[in-house]
Each structure stands twice: as C-alpha cells, then as structure tokens.
Design a protein around this ligand. Structure first.
Ligand code: SAM
Length: 455
C-alpha cells in the first residue's frame, strides 16, 4: 500500500476520525470521503435491517468494523455487497470475481450493435463462458430488451465454480424479481470446465465436465449464435506485476490466472483459455465471438490464433472504450483496433454475424444456391465452412444437389443444415450429425435467391 504523509493523515483526521484508515486503500482524501459515506450508508442499512428482526446492533460498531476491513485491503464491493455493471447492480461475494467496468463497456457495445440488426433470428442464443457473477448474460439481456421486443434471448452462463454459479443464479432472480430485467427470454447457468477435454474421462469430480458434454447432458442446444468470454487471462508474472494487493489478497486466483500445464508457463499460461474457447466457438458454430484480453500483446496473440483457424470473416480489437462517439481506429499488425484506452477485447465474426455487427458481409465470398428438390433457399460461402440458411422447412441435403461450378463447399455446410434443421423444429437435443468428409462437387448456382419453389 502507498505510504501516506503525516500532514495528509492529519488533514483527513480533522474531517472525520475514521478517514485516515481509509487513505491507504483509497489513495486520496476525496476518494476516502466517498468510501466512508458509502460504508456509513451501508452500516445504517444493515443495522436497520437487523433491528427490524429484533437484533440490537450498534451502527457505529458496524461502521468501525467495515472501515477496519477496508483498511486491510478488502475490496469495497465485497463490503457493500454490490458493484455496478453497466446499469445493473450486481451482487458480489468473496470467492467470486468482482465485475469490471471494462468488461461492461465491451458487452454493452456488442449488445447495442446487435440490437440494431434487422436480421436477428427469432431466438438469439448467447453463450457466456466463465460467467462468474453472471453479469455478462444479465447485461446483454438488459441491453437487448431495452431496444427490442421481437427477439427471444436464450442465454447460458457457464463456470467451473459452484460458488460463482450460485451467485449468478441469485443475481438473476434478484434482477428479475425487482423488474430490472424484462420478463422475457431466459438465462440459465450451468457448471462445466472450459479446459476439460470432451473426449477424456469426465468423472474426475464436479465441474470437470467439458462444455459440449454438459450441454448434451442438460439437453441444451449445441448451436449458439454469440459466444462471449472473459476467462482467466493473467500470466503468473503479470499476477504479481499488474494486480493490486487488494486483488491478490481477496479475489479468487482461479478467476484470474489459468492453471499451469507441463511445459506451459509465463505468457503461454496466461493465454491458456483462448484455444479451447475458440474450439468451443467452432463447435457451437458461433457467428460472433467476443473475448476479453489483458492488453494489446495478448489481443494480437488471440487475434492471430483466431485468424489461423480460418473460421472467421473478420477480426477486430476493441479498446476499453470501444463505443466512444467518433472513436479513433488504427491498424496494428493487420488488425483494426477501435476505441480508446488499453486493448480490452477481440471480436471475431463470420456469416450472418457480420450483418449483426453492422459490418457488410463480403459479398463475393458467398453464392446463392437453390436446391431443385427442396422448398428453401440458402446462401453458401464457397471456401471452408459457414452457411447462412434462410429457409423454413429444412431437412438433410445431399452432396449430389450441387454442381461442378461450386468449389470446395465442405461437409460442414451439411452439418450446419442438419443442426439448423433440428433447431427449426424446436428440437434442443443433439441432432444426428452427417459425417460427410467430402468436398461438395455439385451445385446449382443461381444469380438471385429464388422464391420458394414448392418442389
Ligand atoms: C475473469 S473471471 C470472469 C467473471 C465474469 N465473467 C466477469 O466478467 O466478471 C473468470 C471466471 O472463470 C471461471 N473459471 C476458471 N476456470 C474455469 C474453467 N476451467 N472452466 C470454466 N470456468 C472457469 C472462474 O470461476 C471465474 O468466475
């Protein structure tokens, strides 16, 4: 903690005898005065609530205890019990990471872009990995329904920590209960391990189950439109160099530093969550992926890893304030960097995700394909993966419907069609997958998307 001069301590004491103890964690008198005011209000509130239950408790004793805890470095949010995340007051408890303003700024920006989109599906699915207090799905829900009523949001937050999930559930019911959250859509929370290998033995203990396995067991959809994650991303050395004593002493390390693996230390350890999260993004066929990062160096490593997958049509880096009006943009190592402040997240999109973000789809990469024997139309991207279907009654399609002009539309297209078909039918279980490891050779490529052919 910083050393405080005797004159500053005297000045603080002259204002209030409790203030000098708050100077070290707060750094200046003004901040200490604010904190003392909030702690006093909180002590009053707690004392009144206890008295209403017949418990006699002294407000000044409560306040002195709160000040003592704060002086030891305990975060104010754990003492007051809440923190603002966008417009939402999120309950905080020791053992679960306190939500940060930068995370809220990215999520808010994303939700505000998406809610402007004309072509959102009637059910928009948002998956939040490493959900903590559950703040991300809650804020996304709040922002979406502030502007849209026509979309059914289905959000799912996943975390390994039972304590976090309990708090996330509590936050959800509290915000629904006091009508801060619109009574629309759904938010659920589920335990799973983002780092677990879905093919490995999942019986090692609670929370060690892989995300895809957990989705399947819970009979939840395995296709999600938007994947958001603020995973643990601090390297062991960054933990000592960049976090405050208060963070190290009171916030869970599980939420901050990824676990080591053999031969994986330093920077690589800090980056450990991103490859499995990108794998999950691919599995769930996410159209938009938003990943929080520590700084520009990590942002570039994550952006390059995402690019190497050849799965996305666009990748950008957002700074802490991506939504500043007229926010500047620059290019770093081939990636557009938007906003002001430190680099804070990497956003990737593909297929329809581009339009949801207000980016134009790369028209030449897509071709409209009509199938002679089915009553739907679809837009396919030639090249690896990704399909945006616009049909209503989808069913399995077969390679033979494509003609020779169509190059290398891979079997993933068919898998998409299958799974989207299941989704259209409202079937939430895992549909059977076609394992067609074939390059499609036949397509009927039409100049325009035709009307329903009714065949
Ligand atoms: C940086 S915190 C983010 C919390 C919340 N999303 C937020 O933005 O405030 C990371 C979260 O990841 C969770 N976590 C750590 N390891 C995990 C794992 N292997 N699988 C899933 N969640 C994990 C922690 O419990 C913690 O809640």
């Amino acid at each position: 903690m910083p050393r405080i001069s005797t004159s500053a301590l005297r000045k603080a004491y002259a204002v209030d005898a409790l203030l000098p103890r708050l100077l070290p964690p707060c750094r200046d008198l003004r901040a200490a005065q604010n904190e003392l005011r909030w702690l006093r209000e909180h002590a009053d509130h707690v004392a009144d609530a206890r008295r209403a239950q017949g418990d006699t408790v002294s407000k000044s004793a409560l306040l002195r205890d709160l000040v003592k805890q704060r002086a030891s470095g305990k975060p104010l949010q754990y003492l007051l019990g809440t923190e603002f995340f966008g417009d939402l007051e999120i309950r905080c408890r020791p053992g679960v990471l306190i939500p940060r303003q930068d995370t809220a700024a990215s999520v808010q920006h994303l939700a505000r872009l998406v809610r402007k989109a004309q072509n959102l599906p009637s059910e928009l699915r948002v998956l939040d990995l490493c959900t903590g207090t559950g703040c991300i799905p809650l804020l996304f829900h709040h922002e979406l329904y502030a502007a849209r009523a026509d979309v059914e949001l289905r959000a799912l937050g996943i975390d390994i920590s039972g304590k976090a999930l309990q708090l996330a559930g509590h936050n959800h019911s509290r915000l629904r209960g006091d009508k801060t959250l619109a009574d629309k859509g759904s938010i659920h929370y589920m335990q799973a391990d983002v780092l677990a290998n879905p093919f490995a033995d999942a019986t090692r203990g609670r929370g060690r189950i892989a995300v895809s396995t957990a989705l399947r067991h819970a009979r939840l959809p395995h296709i999600w439109d938007i994947l958001i994650s603020n995973p643990p991303y601090i390297s062991p050395s960054g933990y000592w160099k960049t976090t405050t004593r208060s963070v190290r002493g009171f916030e869970p390390k599980l939420a901050l530093v990824p676990p080591p693996t053999a031969g994986n230390s330093g920077i690589a350890q800090g980056d450990r969550f991103y490859p499995p999260i990108l794998d999950i993004a691919s599995e769930v066929e996410a159209k938009i992926v938003l990943l929080e990062v520590a700084d520009l160096g990590q942002a570039l490593r994550v952006a390059r890893a995402a690019q190497a997958l050849r799965m996305f049509d666009g990748i950008e880096i957002w700074r802490e304030q991506p939504n500043e009006p007229d926010s500047p943009s620059s290019e770093v190592a081939g990636f557009r960097v938007l906003g002001e402040g430190n680099a804070r997240s990497v956003i990737c999109w593909r297929g329809t995700g581009a339009a949801w973000l207000g980016k134009s789809e790369r028209a030449p990469a897509y071709e409209d394909v009509a199938f002679p024997d089915v009553s739907h139309r679809a837009r396919f991207r030639t090249g690896p993966v990704s399909v945006v279907h616009q049909g209503e009654a989808l069913r399995p399609y077969w390679v033979k419907h494509l003609n020779e002009e169509q190059k290398a539309v891979k079997h993933n297209v068919w898998r998409d069609m299958e799974t989207n078909a299941a989704r259209e039918r409202g079937h939430s279980g895992a549909p059977e997958k076609q394992e067609l490891d074939t390059t499609v050779a036949h397509a009927e490529v039409l100049p325009k998307v035709p009307k329903k052919r009714g065949l």
